[in-house]
Write a protein that binds this ligand. Sequence first.
Ligand SMILES: Cc1ncc(COP(=O)(O)O)c(C=O)c1O
Length: 453
Amino acid sequence: MKRRNFLKNSALLAISPSLVKASGRINTITLEENLAALNRQPKQIAASMNDEWDRIAMLYDVSSDFINLENGYCSMLPVPVLESFIQKTKDLNRKLTLFMRKEMETERQAIKNNLADIAGVPTSEIALVRNTTEGMNIVIHGIDLKAGDEIILSKQDYGSMIDAFEQKAKRTGSVNKYINIPLAPLSKQAIIDAYAKAITPKTKLILVSHIINITGQIMPVREICDMAHARGVEVIVDGAHSFGLIDFRITDLDCDYFATSLHKWFGAPIGAGLLHMKTSKIGKVWPLLGDTGKDRNSIEKFEHIGTNPPAVYLSARAAIEFNLLMGIKLKEERLRYLKNYWVDKVKDIPKVKMFTPAANQSCAIATFAIDGMPPAEIEQLLLNQHRIFTVAINNDEVSGVRVTPHVFTSVGQLDKLVEAIRAFVEGKFGPIPEPGAKPTMPAPVKSGKGKKK
Ligand SMILES: Cc1ncc(COP(=O)(O)O)c(C=O)c1O
């Protein structure tokens, strides 16, 4: 369905102004007006229009107690999506099994159709799952591998996926071959070559993270898939951080399997995810939870998880509408702008090391380190002394502090991060907290509600 047709019937358009007013945060502008103003500009210019984005930020119930720069874990819901989630929960509680038995399936299918549309794949290749972990595990544990079959992956892939492949190896005798993905690679080709070199006649599958969560590197997935397919190897893509953050369609990637979490950059409630599998692959993958009631070649065989909270994915509809209104390309450009904004200010400070690649090979996510300061200490000092929440990363290849702004993050907040990093480099910080000590943040500064300095 085209964006305009979808939005013509959008419930969100109808409800957003009143909901946003009801939240007490905004009363003169509407979501539509602001986003329309931004979308009239070339995307890169719109991305830098800070006053407009400060108004967009009012669509989120942002806490004034701390600066949240840890939005890579999961996304705060915009108020209209939150309200939809609450309303769906109330409606469900009233009708309960009448809704679940008689109406839910139609609504669920409509949401799947919309998601498939955004993903650019047929609905018959989309399963609703609870998160990336579930989607990826369905594939990893559902494909038949035998002793000696080889998988190519990297230590920069997400820990749960590495765990899943390690467990698979213990059960089947399959062999995991870890490659080194170059940090800040000079070219896409350097990454592709790293995978290509590891392929042998025994290689069955390559795991690729579309965006690496610890560095922000956007991987050349299409090129890796083309290279792998030419050599008879399948590719499974961990799309936890890409769907809803960067503008692409799953078909563009031509991967065999793809899983994502809609509660990350897509902005749906926690517990909504998506699994895509090419039609030709579905029949050979076993469902994780037994379901013989569904056709072997139907993607729905992967959706059987027993009774679960339907309001989560039913309100994904509001998130779909919100994404269509904002435009994922605009979101991508704004988040790239914010990432570049603080990275450009700190990258040349002596003792600061950036793990994040070139500007156009990353978006939103960036990781830094300071010589001589353990990342966990930086994380805690930022929170305790500057009220800035980030996350320390301790990986075999990357040891630093990850910073992920969101569309509601202001440049003023990023200036505070930059000031704090400068202060740390100059040795200006108070007592270092004991490892594991509870954060003791200074009292919040009482400023106008929702105002960010
Ligand atoms: C690269 C990557 N893959 C998978 C996941 C797991 O996502 P979820 O917990 O939503 O399944 C994460 C979580 O941050 C991630 O960063």
